[in-house]
Design a protein around this ligand. Structure first.
Ligand SMILES: [Zn+2]
Length: 265
């Protein structure tokens, strides 16, 4: 079987075991079925940016240089919600876009891998966001009316919880023994008073079971940088946005836009 097209982030489906699909060109591939098979992904050296342009090199975060500096999709508030200004009617790059994105309910959550981290997401991105991160479990802490308040809460909790976790530890399945719901209680008690109204009353712990048939001990990362680079090996499993193979791990999302051929045998 052979497929080709630009890579993009895999879609996740929640269930007893998480299912992954990948759109490649005209095909929609259900990736779980390839576990145990040999997967070969070869890079032809070109990228497409989301603006549709074919570029020899992506600039940052899969954007071409022009998009990175001008498009609202690439603005600094995407990474730092606390910089949001749409609730004040202040434009950063495109006020209509920023209002649509920022002035909607967001969740502040805690997610567990090798540590417990705090994060922010639009409520429509849940539970997908957690599966993209490869979290083992997660729970909602706050439901807030906009992105700015979410950022404010995240900043307040950063002194007590990390906002990043190690993907290497995640892929090795190192898991903290800390109890997530206890951490939720602790986080609630640490919040600035004016955020107490937003505490999410029905918090439950979501658990995620990834399709990994063989747990790796060492993590070697494979990236496709220039024409002819390839990944080839038996697919052991999928977690987060990583394909875990016998020869190394491959972050599908960070290769978004790379034009590839994929062969499964
Ligand atoms: Zn672009």
């Amino acid at each position: 079987m052979q497929f080709e097209g630009p890579l993009s982030k895999m879609s996740t489906f929640y269930g007893e075991e998480i299912r992954y699909s990948l759109r490649l060109g005209n095909d929609l591939l259900f990736m779980n079925q390839f576990i145990g098979k040999t997967v070969e992904i070869s890079f032809d050296g070109n990228h497409t940016c989301f603006c549709g342009h074919l570029v020899p090199e992506v600039y940052r975060q899969n954007f071409c240089r022009e998009c990175f500096f001008t498009k609202p999709e690439a603005s600094p508030t995407i990474m730092k919600p606390e910089l949001s200004k749409a609730h004040l009617g202040i434009e950063e790059r495109d006020l209509e876009f920023e209002k649509r994105l920022q002035l909607q309910p967001h969740y502040v959550y805690l997610a567990k891998t090798e540590r417990i981290k705090v994060g922010v997401t639009r409520n429509t991105q849940m539970p997908f966001r957690w599966m993209d991160q490869g979290a083992k479990s997660a729970a909602i802490l706050l439901e807030v009316p906009n992105r700015y308040v979410a950022g404010e809460a995240e900043v307040a909790l950063k002194d007590h919880f990390v906002d990043k976790t190690s993907w290497q530890a995640m892929l090795k399945d190192n898991l903290t023994e800390e109890d997530l719901m206890e951490a939720i209680q602790r986080a609630q008690s640490l919040l600035p008073k004016h955020l107490n109204n937003f505490v999410y009353e029905d918090a439950v712990e979501w658990h995620f079971n990834y399709p990994v048939k063989h747990q790796i001990e060492k993590v070697k990362s494979i990236s496709l940088k220039s024409q002819g680079d390839q990944l080839k090996g038996e697919l052991f499993g999928i977690r987060g946005q990583y394909l875990i193979t016998e020869n190394g791990v491959f972050n599908v999302r960070s290769h978004s836009g790379c034009m590839v051929k994929m062969k499964v045998t």
